[in-house]
Design a protein around this ligand. Sequence first.
Ligand code: SAH
Ligand code: SF4
Ligand code: F3S
Length: 445
Amino acid sequence: MLPTPKTVFVKTYGCQMNVYDSERIEDALRPHGYTPAAGPENADLVVLNTCHIRERAADKVYSELGRLRNMKDARSGMQIAVAGCVAQAEGAEISRRVPAVDVIIGPQSYHRLPELLTRARDGGLSVVDTEFPAESKFEKLPARAASGRAPSAFLTVQEGCDKFCTFCVVPYTRGAEFSRSVARIIEESQSLIRDGVRELTLLGQNVNAYHGEAPDGSAWGLAQLIARLAEVPGIERLRYMTSHPRDMTDDLITEHGRNAKLMPFLHLPFQSGSDRILAAMNRKHTVADYLVLIDRIRAARPDIALSTDIIVGFPGETDADFAATLSLVERLTFAQAYSFKYSPRPGTPAAGLATPVEDTVMTARLTALQHLLTAQQKAFNTAQIGKTLPVLFDKPGRKPGQLIGRSPYLQAVHAEADSRLIGQIAPVAVSSASLSSLGGVIVAA
Ligand code: SAH
Ligand code: SF4
Ligand code: F3S
């Protein structure tokens, strides 16, 4: 018997892995009759795929749940599921505060979602599944659907984290490091290529700690995986994120110098420019380690563009510690970066520290840091004017006749182009630059 047709709306918060997971949640539901809905208003099922990284991210979930509860009260048959890192971290609290939620499901259990929805419906009660199951969801989830994709796709190769930075919830919400096998990753990449994908971004909470089973039974690191994926016909560009400085191995650095498909862009969080704070964060690297790494990476691939994550106001951070962060940014120069005020997270070691930085001080530091980062980003973009960059076009632009694509350095690039160029790489002579994008004209290859 065919399943009754139903619709699902998945709302995604947080990181790229949640974007990937939301797609896999839709994959898990498709065989049970679910097709995507345009919004929550008429959907039979609304899934919130949540993020717990900072307090504000987690708070958003409860306000959204308030709205959904009212929607559910107004019509019969609607179900609500909470997935992702807030579900994992606060499953019991969600079901206590919002009993209208039908299913609360942790990131490792998405293959069980259809069964849990049925259980919730039959039992009339909310169902919580935040165990870390023995089986891998990757082996149980149905294959990714062919749906005429954008040319650039995410592919999770590694999940979880064993680093335990003292500020971070990820080791608790995603669990221990796990790497998918090379064979499975290649299979998934081939199905994405058949569906029109040209660029893959390999995802992991700690992607360069990848150590997956290879076809010969040995364990491969990320460099070997990238080298192998570069041979898959149809793959034209490879990227990876997020990396930890401790796992930037020699062979991965070498791969940046020898693999033309590996894009010259690296997101490598350093968090703080002060050794004292890095130690308190349990980052397992010093400022000097980071500087040496960047020197070696730039020696291997001189045009590499850098991106990073920085936290200001970690407990005990002094003006001198913060000045050291600014000077590290000044010294290295970043093409792009994410910066955050420290947010104490329940259950993490840093949340118990008795030396909080005042919010007004944090705000002033964040403003100063972002001022510097914005200037660097603008300068990096402006430096592209006059160059010709290969651009992978992925969608129509806002103006008619215009397409938007990405440069090797992940900048958005606008150019007048025929829509047939979507999915193709074309050389663009860059003639203008702003903080967030470049503009130019297509030139003959
Ligand atoms: N797995 C990735 C992403 C972690 S979360 C990684 O290891 O880089 C992304 C960023 O959020 C982190 O790099 C850090 O800069 C920031 N972050 C994590 N926990 C935080 C907290 N408690 N307060 C403020 N920022 C935080
Ligand atoms: Fe969090 Fe640190 Fe792991 Fe990154 S490396 S996910 S910041 S614990
Ligand atoms: Fe957020 Fe979880 Fe990603 S906490 S950043 S959704 S790993």
